[in-house]
Design a protein around this ligand. Structure first.
Ligand code: TXA
Ligand code: MG
Length: 326
């Protein structure tokens, strides 16, 4: 059954709706907006709660890294390291449908959850006037995956976004169909020979012509071949061993708690959400892991996290953090 779209959710783009959309983004809410590729589901990339809401809205079972949208190169160099190849690509294709994956600079203010704890960051400078106006009006980096539920096709109209995401999004800025209808091309420039992670609106030929070299293809997504998207090896993983679904804290262990009834613990502990709120827990996850990792404990006992909603992605992240490392 198709649910009717709530009144006021889809709003035609104009000066007034733009101002409201910027206000909502700055308040940590989700706003869908058109880009030249597909509609994006935007959140303030510096606000971990807002970013957590993206994952909840999309129903993503794991924390995939998101593309951070910016106004231009001047903003991008504050967040990432550009080598000559990356500079050439940015100079040629920005603003436009090219995403660059680059080494992330420390202390950039981008929420760990937006990059899924990676040491790289995906950056795109859109050319669509509405996307650009929204970035200018907020003055913030905007994390935005395609505005569809996980596993569904990308949305190219405001009506598609509404049908897919409904009231999980606060507002949908409508400016007609997205131009390309195809996502941005993604090039990983974190190694000397750039890798085409996703083919998209800009063809391989055009990118290779600028680089003066062939693009490599991504390798399989395994630890042994660390260049694929979502690569495990460079995800932040605590140095300390993690015990999942702990029912007691052992001597020397730190506690990663969840909910109003944390396990008794004499050592360091951090509660992901005292109220048992999974969005809050997702927002706090990476910071809590880093904090406990540096606490001097011998290991981390993680209390059980419910497997529904964002709990699934949190559990996935903890499971991978707990997996034996080589
Ligand atoms: O055209 C587009 O790129 C649209 C519009 C809204 O800008 N966005 C989009 O986002 O397609 P999304 O989240 O659906 O796809 C982003 C892709 C994912 O496959 C993700 O794994 C990859 O970018 N990605 C993001 N950060 C990455 C990183 N640091 N390393 C490798 N891959 C990354
Ligand atoms: Mg997508």
């Amino acid at each position: 059954m198709i649910e009717p779209t709530p009144a006021g959710l889809v709003v035609p783009y104009n000066a007034q709706s733009l101002a409201r959309a910027a206000e909502q983004l700055l308040a940590g809410r989700l706003v869908a907006f058109p880009t030249e590729t597909v509609y994006g589901l935007g959140a303030d990339a510096t606000n971990s709660h807002a970013v957590a809401r993206i994952f909840a809205a999309k129903g993503r079972p794991r924390f995939n890294p998101l593309i951070v949208h910016l106004s231009g190169l001047a903003d991008a160099v504050q967040l990432a390291a550009f080598d000559a190849a990356a500079r050439a690509l940015a100079a040629t294709f920005w603003p436009g449908p090219l995403t660059l994956v680059l080494p992330a600079l420390p202390n950039s203010g981008i929420a760990d959850l937006a990059t899924a704890g990676l040491d790289s960051i995906a950056i795109r400078v859109p050319s669509h006037p509405v996307a650009r106006a929204l970035l200018a009006a907020t003055g913030r980096p905007v994390a935005a995956p395609s505005a569809n539920r996980s596993g569904h096709v990308s949305a190219t109209t405001a009506a598609h976004v509404a049908a897919d995401l409904g009231t999980a999004v606060t507002m949908i800025l409508d400016d007609g169909p997205a131009t390309h209808g195809l996502e941005s091309s993604i090039v990983d420039c974190t190694s000397p020979q750039p890798v085409l992670l996703r083919s998209g609106a800009i063809s391989r030929d055009r990118i290779e012509a600028v680089l003066g070299q062939r693009l490599r293809d991504p390798m399989a997504n395994t630890d042994a071949q660390p260049l694929a998207p979502g690569r495990l090896a460079s995800h932040y993983a605590p140095n300390l061993p993690i015990r999942l679904d702990a029912v007691a804290v052992q001597a020397g262990e730190a506690l990663l708690a969840f909910g109003p009834a944390p396990l008794p613990c004499n050592g360091p502990f951090s509660n992901l959400s005292v109220t048992g709120d999974l969005v809050e827990a997702a927002a706090r996850l990476f910071a809590a892991l880093r904090e406990l990792d540096a606490s001097g404990a011998t290991g981390i006992a993680a209390m059980a996290i419910p497997a529904h909603g964002l709990g699934e992605a949190i559990r996935d992240r903890l499971t991978r953090a707990a997996a034996p490392r080589t």
